[in-house]
Design a protein around this ligand. Sequence first.
Ligand SMILES: O=C(O)CCC(=O)C1=CC=C[C@@H](O)[C@@H]1C(=O)O
Ligand SMILES: [Mg+2]
Length: 371
Amino acid sequence: MIPIKTIRLRKLNMALVTPFTTSFGTFHDKQFYVIEAEDEQGHVGYGESVAFTSPWYNEETVETNRHIITDFLIPALKGATIKHPEDVDYLFKPFRRNLMAKAAMEGAIWDLYAKQQKIPLATALGGDARTIDVGVSIGIKPSIDDLITSVRQSVNQGYKRIKVKIKPGWDVEPLSRVREAFPDIDMMADANSAYTLNDIDTLKQLDDLNLMMIEQPLAHDDIIDHATLQQAIGTPVCLDESIHSLEDTRKAIELGSCQIINIKIGRVGGLTEAKRIHDYCLKHGIDVWCGGMLEAGIGRAHNIALTTLPGFTLPGDTAASSLYWHQDIISPEVTVQNGVIHVTNKPGIGYDLDVLALEKFTEETEAFSVN
Ligand SMILES: O=C(O)CCC(=O)C1=CC=C[C@@H](O)[C@@H]1C(=O)O
Ligand SMILES: [Mg+2]
């Protein structure tokens, strides 16, 4: 690779079109870092951090990302010889976890590499799909009627799969009403670790609803109880938060903890590990799909590139920019036609940056020399 000259951190703050409710409360906007990796010839690769401002999804936050990137990952790049983006994954190995910080940096370097090679990031990763199917994730709503309305909107827009968030007290009844209204849609539930093995009877009732999967029903750091649960229910278990690496994937598959894995680039430390997990699952007949973290356009573009790999057999959460942002930071924005994204064959992430929008949402910028 042409050596990296500068790493720039841009802290962005963007208002969400739809507030996003989690166990920590409701987010109305999202702060995150855009990482710009510039080489000595002026090519710029872009990455996007996906950590939230509070550690509700994993241990990372926007501020821990900045700390790890500026105090450890950028210094590690100084003087390092990066021949291929896979070298970055190796370079960052000595630093424990902080996978979203690593993924943001590594993603920018993968994009820079692809632009230097004048190939799409998808091609650099080994993907060749020209279109990808996408679904949509619907949060917990004030009423079942509101949920039905949201599902109808998404179905009418042609999304290939509807993901409905559930929690104790908001599960069998709302999902049954959705299934009654939409007997034939591909539907899944995302429990975000809200249940325990004491809830097996409730979760068994979901078997009657022909769900594609139930995502992360039990503890965020468990694969043992998920194996017990998978034995007890017919609905395929999908793991999200429990899987941080290829090793976690191997263990979960060997234990029978899941039948499907939601791969999120940020959760597993970057595109290199995400590809390793994909390749392993492809070999072992485990379906995978690409999860979302409410990314802006750069993160969305990385998700699209990854999803072109052959093992991404199920629709992911990479919905259109307009479902999340009044204005995205890429041009063109990510659009979805009848549940399908057409993959661009432009170099790197395949989208230009909308510089005016980027500046508009930038709260601060820092530059670090690497050579
Ligand atoms: O980006 C999207 O639209 C998907 C967002 C989404 O469903 C999630 C984001 C982060 C954590 C979870 O709440 C959930 C998920 O489990 O994937
Ligand atoms: Mg999930």
